[in-house]
Design a protein around this ligand. Structure first.
Ligand SMILES: Nc1ncnc2c1ncn2[C@@H]1O[C@H](COP(=O)(O)OP(=O)(O)O)[C@@H](O)[C@H]1O
Ligand SMILES: [Mg+2]
Length: 254
C-alpha cells in the first residue's frame, strides 16, 4: 500500500464574488514525491496553492496535513509545521549577499526575536552552525561559489536557486513551488528540476509544483493533477494525464 498522503485537500471551494475559482478540489500529495498541478490560465492553480499555504481561506472543504485538519491555521503556523512556499518572482533581499540571504531565511530568526539571538551567548555557536548549514545547501544547489555575490548580481535562474535555498534553510517538509522554471533558459530549467528530484531522493522532501513548461518539467514528476475551471479533470502519471482527451480539450479550448 502507498504511504498516507502528507497533504490532502478535501472538496475545497473558493469563490471571488461571482467567480468560482475552486469548485470542490480534492488532491493527495504523497510524501517524498513530486506532484504537479497543470491547467490553462485561470483554472485555479494559484488559488489552490494559496489555500494550502494559508494565504487564502477556503469557503468550504478541508486542508489536511500529516493527518491533522489545518484549514483554519494562519500561514506562519503552517510554516512552522514545514509547509513552505516559493514565489513565481523570487524576493531575495537584493543588497545582501547570497550567504546573508540564506541566513535571514533560517527558522531561528522567526522563532526567536532578533535581539534575543544577537545578545545571547548562544549566538556565536548558532551562527556557525547556520553558516555550515547554508553552505551545505548552497553546495547541493551548485551555487556555493556565489556565496559572497550580491543577490542583485545573480541571473534569473540563480535567483530561483537562491529562493529554493532560502526555503531549505527552514527545514521544510512540503515545498509549494509556483512556476520554479518560469523565465529560465532550458539548461538551467533542467538543472533546477534535477535539483528538485535530488532533494526528493536525498532528503525525502515533498513537492507540489505549479508549472506551465510541461515540455521540460513533466519527465521529473511523479504525479500530475490537471485543473480546468476550478475542478480536477484528470490525475495520474504524466503520460496518462497528457494523453487524456479531457486535458487536451481543456488546453485547446482556451
Ligand atoms: N484575488 C482575486 N480576486 C478575484 N478573482 C480572482 C482572484 N484570484 C483569482 N481570481 C480568479 O479566480 C480564477 C482562478 O485564478 P487562479 O487561481 O489565479 O488561476 P491559475 O493560477 O490557474 O491561472 C480566475 O478566474 C481568476 O480570475
Ligand atoms: Mg496562477
Amino acid at each position: 500500500m502507498a504511504d498516507d498522503p502528507l497533504l490532502r485537500t478535501v472538496n475545497v471551494k473558493k469563490h471571488f464574488g461571482g467567480v468560482v475559482a475552486l469548485d470542490g478540489v480534492s488532491i493527495d500529495v504523497e510524501p517524498a514525491k513530486v506532484t504537479m498541478l497543470i491547467g490553462p490560465n485561470g483554472s485555479g492553480k494559484s488559488t489552490l496553492i494559496n489555500v494550502i499555504g494559508g494565504a487564502l481561506k477556503p469557503d468550504g472543504g478541508q486542508v489536511i496535513y500529516g493527518g491533522d485538519d489545518i484549514t483554519g491555521l494562519p500561514p506562519h503556523k503552517r510554516y512552522a509545521l514545514g509547509i513552505v512556499r516559493t514565489f513565481q518572482v523570487p524576493k531575495p533581499f537584493r543588497s545582501l549577499s547570497v550567504l546573508e540571504n540564506m541566513l535571514t531565511a533560517s527558522r531561528i530568526r522567526l522563532d526567536d526575536s532578533a535581539a534575543k539571538i544577537l545578545f545571547s551567548s548562544k549566538w556565536e555557536f548558532e551562527e556557525k552552525r547556520l553558516i555550515e548549514k547554508a553552505f551545505e545547501i548552497l553546495k547541493l544547489l551548485n551555487i556555493d561559489h556565489l556565496w559572497d555575490a550580491r543577490s542583485d548580481q545573480l541571473s534569473g535562474g540563480q535567483m530561483k536557486l537562491l529562493e529554493m535555498g532560502r526555503a531549505l534553510m527552514s527545514d521544510p517538509k512540503l515545498l509549494l513551488l509556483d512556476e520554479p522554471v518560469a523565465g529560465v533558459n532550458p539548461t538551467l530549467a533542467h538543472d533546477i528540476m534535477s535539483h528538485i528530484v535530488k532533494l526528493r531522493d536525498e532528503m525525502g522532501l515533498t513537492f507540489l509544483i505549479v508549472e506551465h513548461r510541461l515540455d521540460i518539467t513533466l519527465r521529473y514528476v511523479d504525479k500530475v493533477y490537471a485543473m480546468h475551471q476550478g475542478r480536477i479533470i484528470s490525475s495520474g502519471s504524466p503520460s496518462d494525464v497528457m494523453s487524456d482527451p479531457h486535458v487536451i480539450e481543456a488546453y485547446l479550448g482556451d
